[in-house]
Design a binder for this molecule. Sequence first.
Ligand SMILES: *Cc1c(COP(=O)(O)O)cnc(C)c1O
Length: 421
Amino acid sequence: MATKNLPFSKEQIEKIIESNPTPFHIYDEKAMRENARYFKNAFSWNEGFKEYYAIKAAPNPYLMKILIEEGFGIDCSSTAELELAKRLGMSGDEIMLTSNDTPASEFQLAKDLGAIINLDDISHIDFVDKYVGLPDTICLRYNPGDLKQGNLIIGHPEEAKYGFTHEQMIEGYNILKEKGIKHYGVHTMVASNELDPDYFIETAEILFKLIIEVKDKTGIKIEFANLGGGIGIPYKPEDKAVDLEYVSAGIKKLYDEMIVTNGLAPLKLFFESGRMITGPYGYLVTKVRHIKHTFKQFAGLDASMANLMRPALYGAYHHISVVGKQHLPHNVNYDVTGSLCENNDKFAIDRMLPELQPDDIIVIHDAGAHGHSMGFNYNGKLRSAELLLRENGRVFEIRRAETLEDHFVTLDFDGLKEFAV
Ligand SMILES: *Cc1c(COP(=O)(O)O)cnc(C)c1O
């Protein structure tokens, strides 16, 4: 029987639940730090290497503080995320803005913070120039179209709304050159949750080719290549994690052959991974509320899509452990459900689990990225607390659970506001 480990014992989690009612997310600091160091060490050959944590995956300042201590920057996709970076005291090239359909005010905030701005479209060059003024450093997002296959979450690159075409990239750098930009970067991201390590080596090759071509056609020497995020994680017990040392060795070989040989070194390599940085180190802890037998057997939890939406949104697999019953036979077929009035509010369909009873503690694995942050309030479901299990075994609340007062805060029950029309 395939299993996944938990960073706490049954007794520990019962103790934590005594003071923090389920559901909640809990993050394992020790494992997160070890993984961050593994990532950095794998690419230590590249001077200037930096991982910008895609903060949308788990926008919690306390998790970000840990990653800052490990030398990571932040990748922001919105005004709120830039503001979070600002409140953490981050600035300059610690921040990357990779956003879509970006408003002028967001470009302005990024510029004020000195962040690296990654443009998603050729028209944004004039837009930023007109409304904000172009900063000294600009990165362009490349969509390689049919040169590269996408995958399920992002889809075919030609269908994706992201980035410049090949022709637009060359034209874009030429425009930037005319406008006197001093430093240039290139970015691409065409896959999400990809487990094939060769995929990332191919991505580097596509960018390195483009960097050579840009030098030939425009004279511009690109200083950094952002390989995006999208590194997958082993959601299923039988999945294999991406071997970052293998990826790094493959990229280094291409770097020597293509970048060094053509006099284009040094080139700094960046990633903006979210999922693989926090995903496996976050757990959604919930309890069985009711067991229901009708046409199927249902285990209803005290969590719902508000706490973790990926299974409902993409049919994504999340492993489920029943605390204290991991070693019992998994011989009962359940749909594991939340409490929303939406039939897709299911954490698992036809999942073989040990026989369940109300109050059994259920842990949903790999909820540390695109988990809590994707939550929403449909049906008036309140979003849960986030806890941090520190290296010393102590547990801290890093976000409190929402209350009904939070939920109603945007409503004025005492009167209507009338507009002069
Ligand atoms: C979502 C996103 C990321 C992070 O993706 P992961 O799959 O979590 O690594 C990075 N960059 C961009 C532009 C994104 O949209």
